[in-house]
Design a protein around this ligand. Sequence first.
Ligand SMILES: [Zn+2]
Length: 66
Amino acid sequence: MKANEKPERIYPCPQCRKPVHWRTDNQWRPFCSHRCKLIDLGEWAAEKHAIPGDPAEDGSDFNEWE
Ligand SMILES: [Zn+2]
């Protein structure tokens, strides 16, 4: 057994839970594939762009009491 031989680590993909081999040549880490990475990025972007802003009330009839 070579000294620099590391045992391969397997972990679940954060997106689809598929077992993924942790390899330095896996460019989609920590995801299993490009697809899962895009899905995750998409969700992140969607969350980020979903800024709650309700331009409904402008308060125009707020001061009609007098
Ligand atoms: Zn995946």
